[in-house]
Ligand binder design. Structure first.
Ligand code: ADP
Length: 347
């Protein structure tokens, strides 16, 4: 597709021109939010480069939704600035920010058809009826819902309602689409399908998506930029591969999963479970103890180990390696890894 032209009612819709100069779609500058004494978000700064898929990832209560709502303008900041492109929108209402939000429960109007739901955002902006219906059709096609245009939400499945909600959020041609746990209401099969669909739309439209999730898998699969949050702070913001290969703290290493956090020379070290091996020879062992669990995952087998010092760790090994020398729970075993696979943590 051509990302630089406005195709009107035909072709793939693109965001309006005039945004292309700022290097960041979103910039948070020392943003904080407190609620009557509780600090929900504590002086966070973040730059989201143009046309990025950004996931805000962290456990429940860490401040992800509050951050998203502040970007949307649904929640005023207690301190700091929010820029969309090169515009400071801190004091702008939601409609004048260049952002659009897709809510978790979709928030579709039950008495309106899918088409009218999508066209509604243009109605409130004063776009004439014929034009807004034509554009709504275009956006329903974009999310592959063209044939359901006349149906009310009650006659659509959860996944289909979500597509309509997406079209409704995108029709205003935002520079930034904000999504709060968009996949959590779907069953696992549909979740994976919609995940692919979100990524496709983000790539096609060349706008930024900011997607709140507590699922590491979802963030790793989707994001160009993963922002790991804890207790109102950003602990690490980096591409998924950097976060996985170089988590900066024990919290990030544990939260992202797939790592063992063990004491090292100065502080803790992280070592990826898929870089660990199970052996019985104590001489090269890094951690000796016994096997606590064996989980067959198909291509991989996860062997849990409890060290003699009480530390829990795991090795993720290929099925071939495991079955060449299988171990059982209760059996004495040792975990080994190479120095180059150990990574020092900041705390
Ligand atoms: P997350 O989205 O990561 O689960 P939230 O941003 O919803 O976290 O919440 C962060 C913190 O702010 C939590 O401690 C939460 O209880 C608190 N909080 C969120 N919204 C409100 C509110 N409207 N009033 C008071 N406290 C709130």
């Amino acid at each position: 597709m051509n990302a630089h032209s406005d195709p009107g009612v035909s072709g793939t819709p693109v965001p309006p021109a005039g945004y292309k100069d700022a290097p960041y779609d979103v910039e948070l500058v020392a943003v904080s939010k407190s609620y009557a004494g509780t600090i929900a978000v504590d002086t966070i700064s973040l730059r989201i480069p143009k046309a990025s898929y950004c996931c805000l990832l962290g456990p429940s209560g860490c401040g992800k939704s509050t951050t998203l709502r502040m970007i949307a303008g649904h929640e005023p900041v207690s301190a700091g600035d929010i820029l969309i492109g090169d515009r400071n929108v801190t004091d702008n209402p939601p409609i004048a920010r260049g952002t659009s939000m897709m809510f978790q429960n979709y928030a579709l109007f039950p008495h309106m058809s899918a088409l009218d739901n999508v066209a509604y955002s243009l109605k409130v902006r004063g776009v004439p009826k014929d034009e807004r219906r034509a554009r709504a059709r275009e956006f329903l096609d974009l999310v592959q819902m063209g044939q359901y245009a006349e149906r009310p939400p009650a006659l659509l499945s959860g996944g289909q309602q979500q597509r309509v909600a997406l079209a409704r959020a995108l029709i205003t041609r935002p520079r930034v689409l904000l999504l709060d746990e968009p996949l959590s209401a779907l069953d696992p099969f549909l979740r994976e399908r919609m995940r692919g669909e979100l990524k496709r739309l983000q790539r096609e439209l060349q706008i930024s998506f900011v997607h709140v999730t507590h699922s590491q898998d979802e963030a790793m699969a989707l994001a160009d930029l993963v922002v790991v949050m804890e207790a109102g702070h950003i602990r690490q913001a980096a591409p998924a591969r950097d976060i996985f290969e170089k988590p900066n703290t024990a919290f990030v290493a544990r939260f992202i999963g797939g790592h063992n956090v063990v004491p090292g020379g100065n502080g803790s070290i992280a070592v990826r479970a898929d870089r660990c091996r199970i052996g019985s020879s104590a001489d090269q062992a890094r951690l000796t103890g016994h096997v606590s669990s064996v989980e067959y995952l198909g291509a991989l087998v996860r062997v849990g180990l409890i060290g003699d010092n009480g530390l829990e760790a795991a090795a993720l090994i290929s099925d071939r390696t495991f079955f060449a020398a299988p171990v059982e729970p209760g059996q004495a075993a040792a975990l080994t890894w190479s120095d180059e696979d150990a990574h020092a943590l900041a705390d």
